[in-house]
Design a protein around this ligand. Structure first.
Ligand SMILES: Cc1cc2nc3c(=O)[nH]c(=O)nc-3n(C[C@H](O)[C@H](O)[C@H](O)COP(=O)(O)O)c2cc1C
Length: 265
């Protein structure tokens, strides 16, 4: 189902086992042209990333989601613990029910809910990050042309989180509460793999820490065991490009030279 060609040849002994998983023993398995195509494709997928907040009302096939998870599960993890406990995938009636309950809770009684961890520090954060966060907010709200002091208008926009941005599919990711930061790091690899595997199929996503706050509502509708922490949500679907063009706010990235420092090379 992938719209993204594999660079690997599926017919020789570099493939072991009954899965389409290439096992590479340090040899070059693609031609220079194939590497060039792969470099371009992965660059496009990575650099074209944006958080998608508008979706077409077009369903996503279950088999496509299975394909995406099938690719993403090859993400690395410390000691291969694969600590992504479960991906709860919702669509249709159950998604609408959870959305309605979450929107209601967010409007009427948000103090009654809490995520099971602090995504952001509760105290002050270093100025560098506070400034970036402020810049994000400015850019995000600018296309809506609302007054920055109009908290009602801002809330209405934020509220779309709890409606899953009208995406046809939403996910919740959990992790065992006994696991620690290293395993949370592992899940980050897994999440980004899903984002890329989705893009390669013409699908877009948005990650959502906002929905973790309403984990009690999810637990009312989904069989999430007590030992699982709801880490983060994600919406997925085919992008509504007309709306995206209207409200798109490119979030800038730090220059390479600011991120990496070389030693000995
Ligand atoms: C783990 C994670 C959680 C996020 N949670 C939310 C969220 O709850 N609501 C939202 O609108 N965006 C959320 N975002 C999207 C970020 O705001 C976005 O990635 C960032 O501003 C960069 O913009 P871009 O993804 O469009 O390039 C989240 C992103 C990540 C990685």
């Amino acid at each position: 189902m992938s719209g993204f060609p594999s660079i690997f040849h599926a017919s020789d002994d570099r493939y072991i086992g009954d899965e389409d998983v290439p096992i590479i023993f340090g040899e070059k398995i693609a031609t220079p042209k194939e590497y060039a195509e792969a470099t371009q494709a992965i660059g496009t997928l990575l650099k074209g990333h944006f958080s998608c907040r508008y979706y077409l009302p077009k369903p996503v096939e279950k088999s496509v989601i299975q394909d995406i998870i099938s690719a993403a599960r090859h993400s690395p993890s410390g000691n291969n613990m694969q600590p992504w406990a479960k991906v709860y995938c919702i669509a249709g009636d159950i998604k609408e029910k959870i959305a309605a309950a979450t929107v209601k809770a967010h409007k009427e009684n948000p103090e009654a809910y809490d995520a099971q961890y602090q995504y952001y520090p509760t105290g002050p954060i270093p100025k560098l990050y506070a400034d970036r966060r402020g810049e994000y907010g400015k850019r995000f709200f600018a296309p809506f042309k609302i007054d920055r002091s109009d908290s009602n208008a801002r809330n209405e926009i934020t509220l779309r989180n709890f409606n899953f941005f009208s995406a046809p599919v939403a996910f919740f990711f959990t992790i065992d509460q006994a696991l620690t930061k290293g395993s949370w790091l592992d899940v980050g690899y897994f999440l980004q793999s899903i984002v890329l595997a989705a893009r390669a199929r013409g699908l877009e996503t948005i990650s959502q820490e906002a929905t973790a706050k309403y984990q009690l509502i999810m637990r009312q509708h989904l069989p999430i065991p007590d030992n699982e922490v709801v880490m983060v949500g994600m919406c997925m679907g085919y992008p509504d490009l007309d709306k995206i063009r209207q409200f798109y706010a490119k979030q800038p990235r730090r220059p390479v030279g600011d991120i990496i420092e070389f030693f000995g090379m």
